[in-house]
Design a protein. Structure first.
Lengths: 116, 115
């Protein structure tokens, strides 16, 4: 079945640094990917929709300059948390839509970000 | 805007018994998809079951089945013969038919399975 790879699975960084998270679709081309954020024991909140070759669409309240999304190829979307602060510490999950099976979405394994 | 509500933060069930998780949603669309996802401690999201709104028949996947009441906007998940491996957080999710795949999740229900 389709697989979405997310890397790294865990990252610890110092406050003020930037962190890049990668989301790859391994055996299908994903024109659209989604980035979610999840706090402990809470729901997944959609941050943005990443569109290949165009600008990402951010949800209300999500700072686009803080969370930079790049979707330069059909198999890779990246989320960069810029100038990270402790409040950015969270679990970030990506998902990708396989256009050949429109209703099916595939999730990455997530990235736990801890900002010291 | 669409919303998804799970009113049971935590549920518990005895192994081999049956448990039902509740989910309600609100939408003005007539065509959409509903999902139940399982998130075990590994936090990998696993699709449990999917329901297309235009289908009247309730979806079933082995021990998992749904009770889809479109008029009431209710979408509950029934887990039969509960197993220890079913212990996880369960999320109900909505997706409109016209969008690119954006999911709206409920708050989640943590299911404990007692041996």
């Amino acid at each position: 079945g389709a697989v979405v790879s997310q890397h790294p699975s865990r990252v610890i960084c110092k406050s003020g640094t930037s962190v890049k998270i990668e989301c790859r679709s391994l055996d299908f081309q994903a024109t659209t990917m989604f980035w979610y954020r999840q706090f402990p024991k809470q729901s997944l909140m959609l941050m943005a929709t990443s569109n290949e070759g165009s600008k990402a669409t951010y949800e209300q309240g999500v700072e686009k300059d803080k969370f930079l999304i790049n979707h330069a190829s059909l198999t890779l979307s990246t989320l960069t948390v810029t100038s990270a602060h402790p409040e950015d510490s969270s679990f970030y999950i990506c998902s990708a839509r396989d256009p050949l099976t429109n209703e099916k979405l595939f999730f990455g394994s997530g990235t736990q970000l801890s900002v010291l | 805007a669409q919303t998804v509500t799970q009113s049971q933060p935590e549920m518990s069930v005895q192994e081999a018994e049956t448990v039902t998780l509740s989910c309600t949603y609100d939408t003005s669309e007539s065509d959409y998809y509903l999902f139940w996802y399982k998130q075990p401690p590994s936090r990998q999201m696993i699709l449990v079951i999917r329901q297309e709104a235009y289908k009247q028949q309730n979806a079933t996947e082995n021990r998992f089945s749904v009770n889809f009441q479109k008029a009431a906007k209710s979408f509950s998940l029934k887990i039969s013969d509960s197993q220890l491996g079913d212990a996880a957080m369960y999320f109900c999710a909505y997706r409109g038919s016209g969008n690119t795949g954006k999911l709206i999740f409920g708050q989640g229900t943590t299911l404990q399975v007692k041996p």
